[in-house]
Design a protein around this ligand. Structure first.
Ligand SMILES: [Ca+2]
Length: 370
């Protein structure tokens, strides 16, 4: 696309943009955190003056295949064998929600295999979801979800010192915290179990703002001050339940995105990006242009076309604007049918064949006529 055409398209897109929204998808950027907070703590080794910096940041780009790409939240906990570095991204927006009201807890991560000590040893867990709750309005508990590993029981207690399956590294993986992995309750007698078992254990538990901002192990604190956090990097070096916890994120690197929480069936999805991206209208042919490799970091795109039967499922559809250059649209429960004309806005992945657009049902508009 010529620069001139891009400018015209941008102007048109800004008009179209103002008509959109009432979104169940919330854009989270450094300029508008929507209640999320970042925090990190450097790692250290007793007797060493050297520190092991940990950091997290919103990035414009992330590896191909991110359902809400290209931007995402990058996490790097660093090292520090005695006090491992930590990266936190959390919110208190759901304070007061009962666990029994939660109907969905999913997120997507891309975790590099390298890390640990030696570096050839892979990190044991991806960035994981952690919840501060009260079980009765008084007593706090802290719940840590561990997606990876094969849990086993010893003397009625959970053990989970496994690591992720090779197929789960360096690809975008969506974790369903209510059906996968194990919830660990380290402040409640080192118990672990499934989400269903957790609800039986704490039937009246609800998310609760921590007592203080901090990361003291065993205290009702989180480093973001929020009750719902993603945290990566072991805060406790070794635990009798999990084994060597420091291996979880030690010297690891990962991207995090696409967190969805459902409360009584009402779902909110958080899209982590470095900045709000204006929408640009393009024809389908332009989606395959090499310039899109750069442009996709700065814009979302709107395409038009007729839906055909190619790769048609409840979550995917293909649009063709008549140019013979189809675009695959990925949108959960999109609700459109073959032969309908649609206008779709989303994030572009030009590295796929055909190019693909990650979108949502609310970003798809059916057109009366073309
Ligand atoms: Ca994103």
């Amino acid at each position: 696309m010529h620069r001139h055409a891009l400018a015209i398209a941008l102007a048109a897109a800004l008009v179209a943009l103002s008509a959109a929204c009432q979104a169940a998808t919330v854009l989270v950027t450094p300029a508008d955190m929507q209640g999320w907070a970042e925090a990190n703590a450097e790692g250290s080794v007793i007797g060493e003056s050297k520190k092991y910096p940990a950091f997290g940041e919103f990035r414009a780009d992330s590896p191909s295949g991110n359902p809400l790409g290209p931007g995402a939240y990058f996490m790097m906990p660093g090292g520090g064998l005695d006090f491992p570095g930590q990266v936190w991204l959390g919110t208190d927006a759901h304070n007061g929600v009962f666990l029994s009201q939660i109907t969905r807890l999913t997120y997507t991560h891309f975790t590099y295999i390298r890390g640990n000590n030696p570096p050839s040893m892979r990190v044991a867990q991806p960035p994981n979801l952690q919840l501060m709750i009260t079980r009765d309005g008084i007593n706090y508990r802290y719940l840590i979800h561990m997606p990876w590993g094969t849990p086993s029981w010893e003397n009625g207690e959970l053990r989970n010192n496994g690591i992720g399956p090779l197929t789960d590294y360096e690809v975008w993986k969506t974790v369903d915290c209510m059906s996968e992995g194990v919830w660990w309750d380290p402040y409640g007698g080192d118990w672990g179990g499934t989400w269903g078992e957790l609800l039986q254990r704490y039937p009246n538990a609800r998310l609760q703002t921590p007592r203080a901002v901090g990361n003291t192990w065993g205290a009702a604190e989180t480093l973001t001050g929020g009750s719902l956090n993603f945290e990566w990097g072991g805060r406790k070096v070794t635990d009798r339940v999990t084994g060597a916890w420091w291996t979880e994120g030690y010297h690891g690197e990962a991207f995090l995105d696409n967190f969805t929480i459902g409360v009584n069936g009402v779902e909110t999805t958080y899209n982590f990006e470095d900045a709000a991206k204006p929408a640009v209208i393009i024809n389908n042919k332009a989606a395959g242009d090499p310039i899109m490799g750069e442009a996709k970091k700065h814009f979302v795109f709107t395409v038009f076309g007729r839906v055909d039967f190619t790769d048609f499922t409840s979550d995917t559809l293909t649009v063709d604007d008549g140019s013979g250059n189809p675009i695959l649209v990925k949108a959960m429960n999109h609700g459109v049918n073959p032969f309908e004309y649609v206008k779709v806005t989303g994030t572009l992945d030009n590295a796929t064949t055909p190019p693909s657009l990650s979108s949502t049902a609310e970003q798809i508009e059916k057109l009366e006529s073309y």
